[in-house]
Design a protein around this ligand. Structure first.
Ligand SMILES: Nc1nc2c(ncn2[C@@H]2O[C@H](COP(=O)(O)OP(=O)(O)OP(=O)(O)O)[C@@H](O)[C@H]2O)c(=O)[nH]1
Ligand SMILES: [Mg+2]
Length: 525
């Protein structure tokens, strides 16, 4: 076995053992395409005059090309950082793509409405089930209650207290907006994904095994909901959505001019958004009444239930923006684009001209475990790793493996990355990301030591992120000692990847650290 096959990242990057033949075929095809594209880009960078192409590629003509890779688990914020780079280093392309984001924003809003309705439905069922168990116990104290006895018990026949009575009235069928609207919203979400080329093999929206609408509270519900909320777009989605097709080297459809093709796509996209907006506007008042006024919803919001999840839409953000998004003439703002969740599939590549002497060539990867198999071919000659650790995930399970804590997975991945033979020479820039959400969670009373018992301090925001920073430093030092590797400097930043102002300042500092490393490598400092 070659040394590279024994190292932990190579093993971790192997495809899932239960991968089906169809999945394998899709994965191999995508990997081949991505590698082909990357090789073409290599060729273009070496011989820029051999091809006339987009302005971004022209960037490769001059100066030094610096290869970087964004790594981290799914939902860590990698693509959000890439969007910020686009805003900063290629604002014209960003502007050309703005209209194309409308479909994605509408999908994110739809997913957010679905998350809200499903959460309230689940809350309702769990509460009703608890109540029925209690009643069964009261009626026959000697016999254990059946979980399904709730069906025979009307909520209004409950204990008779004023609170229970009010709650029962609130749950009467005429008030359950989720029962009326959830099926339509789920259907719309499924259609939007499909139209966007996002109908993921890995995350079917209408999972036939789901019990969401059965009316029977099921223990599988929680993970199914998480799985189904992935926004998965296949390679080429930018081309379908955006009139400007980033660095794509593919040709327009045969027999049509690119202008005709573009306007046909624009018309199709407008029709799809039109239908979606009709539905979203028709349920807006009901959904906003739940979000703003419903006492149960307010209690769940206070507990941080809608704050963040690995692959959910940024529920709070999109529900707050509901009226603006469905208004006529809507155009996505930068913030809307930054908050829109688009799961990366495979590896994407971008080139940014930073200044006359420096060009970044950046790889963004899909971070879920099954996606990590595609990373290895892109790791050679990487000069900097930007590793994203979503600190707000300290209390969340990993979707791919609910028995693993998300941050524990991040720490394991970090060790595998920094010790990987292909990445030994790369400098390591660590973004402790999502600290805005970390701060909110701690303020809402989430305790770090309930999830990380080794933490002995207070749930003070600053103390917590400093503790995590020290832990990463320690992990790097130990990993390098174990491998007998030389010491590397670790650049650490606390980040909110959605904040343009903050990331702009950090990207300037990243550039400085890159230049410093270069001077050091050349023996000049
Ligand atoms: N509030 C907040 N949201 C963030 C932050 N960073 C990223 N997000 C949101 O988190 C979600 C996931 O971010 P992505 O950038 O898509 O994550 P990723 O690492 O590219 O995930 P994969 O492509 O699945 O590997 C998006 O909705 C982002 O808007 C942050 O610092 N604060
Ligand atoms: Mg991504």
């Amino acid at each position: 076995m070659a040394p590279i096959d024994r190292d932990p990242l190579s093993l971790a990057l192997l495809p899932a053992s239960n991968e089906t033949q169809a999945q394998r075929q899709v994965r191999r095809h995508q990997e081949k395409q991505a590698k082909l594209r990357s090789d073409q880009i290599d060729k273009l960078l070496k011989h820029p005059d051999s091809c006339s192409t987009s302005t971004s590629l022209e960037a490769g003509k001059k100066g030094r090309v610096y290869k970087m890779v964004l790594l981290g688990q799914a939902g860590a914020g990698k693509t959000t950082v890439l969007k910020q780079m686009r805003l900063l280093y290629d604002p014209e392309a960003h502007e050309r793509e703005r209209k194309g984001w409308t479909s994605i924003v509408v999908l994110n809003l739809t997913a957010s409405v679905r998350v809200l309705l499903q959460t309230l439905e689940r809350y309702h069922h769990e509460r009703a089930e608890r109540k029925s168990l209690e009643l069964a116990r009261l009626e026959s104290p000697a016999s254990p209650a059946s979980p399904h006895s709730m069906r025979a018990v009307s909520p209004s026949s409950a204990t008779g207290s004023a609170v229970e009575g009010a709650s029962a009235r609130a749950f009467s069928p005429s008030n359950t907006a989720w029962e009326r609207h959830l099926p339509k919203v789920m259907q719309l979400e499924s259609e939007l994904r499909s139209q966007l080329g996002a109908f993921g093999e890995e995350a079917p929206v209408n999972d036939p095994g789901s019990k969401v609408h059965s009316g029977v509270p099921g223990t599988t519900r929680r993970t199914k909901v998480g799985d189904k909320s992935l926004l998965l777009l296949r390679p080429g989605w930018q081309e379908r959505l955006f009139t400007y097709a980033r660095r794509s080297l593919s040709l327009p459809a045969a027999g049509r001019s690119s202008v005709q093709e573009r306007s046909r796509r624009d018309e199709e996209a407008d029709d799809d958004e039109g239908d979606a907006l009709v539905l979203l506007r028709s349920i807006q008042a009901d959904v906003m009444a739940l979000w703003d006024d419903d006492v149960r919803c307010r209690a769940l919001r206070k507990r941080g239930v809608f704050l963040d999840a690995q692959s959910e839409a940024a529920t709070s953000y999109f529900l707050e923006a509901y009226a603006r998004i469905v208004a006529p003439g809507y155009s996505p703002s930068d913030e809307d684009i930054l908050h829109s969740r688009v799961r990366t599939l495979g590896v994407t590549e971008d080139i940014f001209r930073i200044d006359r002497s420096l060009t970044y060539r950046i790889f963004d990867v899909g971070g879920s475990r099954s996606q990590r198999a595609a990373w290895v071919p892109f790791l050679d000659d990487v000069q900097s790793i930007i590793f994203l650790a979503p600190l707000s995930a300290f209390d969340q399970p990993l979707i791919e493996d609910p028995s693993t804590n998300r941050l524990a997975d991040t720490f394991a991945l970090f060790t595998q990355v920094v010790t990987h033979p292909l990445l030994r020479g790369a400098s390591v820039i660590l973004f402790l990301n999502k600290i805005d959400l970390l701060e909110k969670k701690l303020r809402q009373g989430r305790s770090l030591c309930s999830f990380w018992p080794e933490y002995q301090g207070d749930d003070d925001f600053e103390a917590v992120w400093r503790w995590f920073r020290a832990k990463f430093r320690d992990q790097l030092r130990r990993a390098e000692d174990d491998k007998g590797a030389g010491k590397r400097r670790l650049y650490v930043h606390t980040t909110v990847a959605t904040s343009t102002r903050q990331i702009k300042a950090i990207l300037i500092s990243v550039k400085d650290s890159i230049l410093r490393d270069n001077l050091q490598a050349a023996g000049l400092v």
